[in-house]
Design a protein. Structure first.
Length: 479
């Protein structure tokens, strides 16, 4: 008989119909009550084995982690907290699980421990809930852009350019590292390499995305990106996923409006389609908050934070206005900020961003017109005389600070070339990007959203390593 997923059974009217369900054992009590989960929902299904209906050898093999196929009658459940259960008529053990060795016994495990067994952690309530939410958000990203007429562009993973100018890239090579070819100056001769030049794993699909925005109009990328930063923190990964829309004929105002619409859409989609998982994760986050000192606790629960995003208009203000607010704020005056705000031009930290969102405005914030000195080379310069700013924008959220960074791009060839030269960037590698400004250049804008940062916000997970199936970070490339 074809199996039925537990998610479907839990909303099915029990009329004694015969069904088959497959899944993994969470618990087995009194040689009678099997708690089964198949990953389709955070909820388990109880399968009841009649006494003396299954031989003792088989009963001993029904252990936590074992995989079963159960056939029986779907009946109303007298037990609290569940509407239906299965009266077992046939039971097959698909895969045994040695109870002496299975590391996920029915007790609470630390997230640090679960990272060490990432091949099994998807069977826990927490990680399975996170991964279902991750799927829903990925689907919502594609649905949002598709419904707005955007085209999905696959930008290269292997590239010769550094979009951010940061230099923290993973090199791609097929050269013999023990005996690499050398040129006349004694440097490694990359002309002998597979691609005939130096190549790296991409840090962003933005530059390549711009080429198609200036051909197709509105495009987006959604793919893996890589940073070789030695950042061993709860906010950084060496491999992560980025969503990067690029739009022709968009100015900074259009860009900010799209970013707000996009984030509010994702928040609403999560609330409407991930209710069970969000309720579980909300309770989990509340329990975690309760262990923190009072002054470090979040004022908003997980679901409240999502509603905070979906139900509030985003406050827009310039970087200059934000600096004035922060300089005159109580935390700054009383030196409670770890990084004091003492002058125009400083790069804002998460504590400053969160103050603006959570304390001052009490709504999401979009900052714009940042100092050029702290932003990337491709951002459009404002035509002012006093402060050298660019048309950049960051969207700030409660709990995490910046969630989106974007800008209007510089479409003027001479200005872009001047900026590239000013920063000492390699013109030779960026020839094609510069050339875009020679042939039918147009105003265009875009932004980037780190997908894992989004999932952290939606799930309430505090460590970014717990929102991606297999985290990559300094010293770890297991699995």
């Amino acid at each position: 008989m074809k199996r039925t997923k537990i998610k479907e059974l839990l909303v099915t009217e029990a009329r004694g119909q015969t069904i088959t369900v497959n899944g993994w054992v969470r618990t087995f009590r009194n040689n009678q009550f099997i708690s089964l989960n198949d990953g389709s929902t955070i909820q388990n299904l109880q399968a009841v084995v009649a006494l003396n209906s299954v031989d003792e050898g088989t009963l001993k093999r029904i252990t936590t982690g074992a995989c079963l196929s159960v056939t029986g009658e779907l009946v109303p459940s007298p037990a609290k907290g569940q509407t239906v259960e299965v009266k077992v008529s046939a039971l097959e053990i698909v895969g045994d699980s040695d109870p002496e060795k299975y590391p996920l016994q029915p007790k609470k495990h630390s997230l640090e421990f679960l990272r060490e067994i990432a091949h099994l952690r998807g069977r826990t309530n927490t990680l399975s809930a996170v991964m279902r939410v991750r799927h829903a958000m990925a689907f919502a990203v594609h649905k949002f852009f598709n419904d707005k007429g955007f085209f999905y562009i696959h930008t290269p993973v292997i590239t010769g350019s550094d979009a951010e100018g940061a230099g923290a890239m993973f090199r791609v090579t097929t050269l013999d590292l023990n005996n690499p070819p050398k040129d006349e100056q004694g440097n490694i001769d990359y002309k002998e390499d597979f691609f005939g030049r130096e190549t790296n794993l991409t840090v962003s699909g933005q530059l390549e995305g711009e080429t198609y925005a200036l051909a197709l109009g509105d495009i987006y990328t959604f793919g893996p990106t890589f940073r070789a930063e030695n950042s061993n923190t709860t906010r950084h990964l060496a491999e992560f996923w980025m969503i990067e829309p690029e739009m022709a004929f968009y100015d900074l105002e259009d860009n900010m409006a799209l970013a707000q619409e996009f984030l509010q859409y994702l928040g609403k989609y999560a609330l409407e389609n991930c209710a069970d998982d969000l309720q579980f994760l909300d309770k989990r986050a509340q329990d975690e908050e309760a262990t923190k000192p009072q002054d470090q606790r979040s004022e908003l629960g997980l679901i409240d934070r999502l509603k905070f995003i979906t139900e509030n208009d985003f406050q827009r203000l310039s970087y200059t206005e934000a600096i004035d607010i922060l300089k005159n704020s109580n935390p700054n005056k009383k030196k409670k900020f770890q990084y004091l705000v003492d002058k125009w031009g400083v790069d804002l930290q998460s504590e400053h961003e969160r103050y603006l969102v959570e304390k001052h405005f009490k709504k999401p914030v979009i900052l714009y017109n940042y100092p050029a000195a702290i932003k990337a080379f491709y951002m459009k310069q404002n035509n002012e005389t006093e402060n050298k700013t660019v048309r950049a924008m960051d969207v700030l959220f409660p709990g995490i600070g910046e969630i989106i960074g974007g800008s209007q791009r510089e479409e003027n060839y001479d200005k872009l070339l001047s900026r590239v030269q000013e920063l000492g960037l390699p013109e030779k590698e960026l020839w094609w990007y510069l050339e875009l400004r020679k042939f039918g250049s147009a105003p265009h804008s875009g932004f980037g959203l780190g997908f894992e940062r989004l999932i952290q916000f939606v799930t309430g997970m505090t460590n970014i390593r717990d929102v991606i199936p297999f985290p990559r970070f300094p010293g770890n490339a297991e699995f």
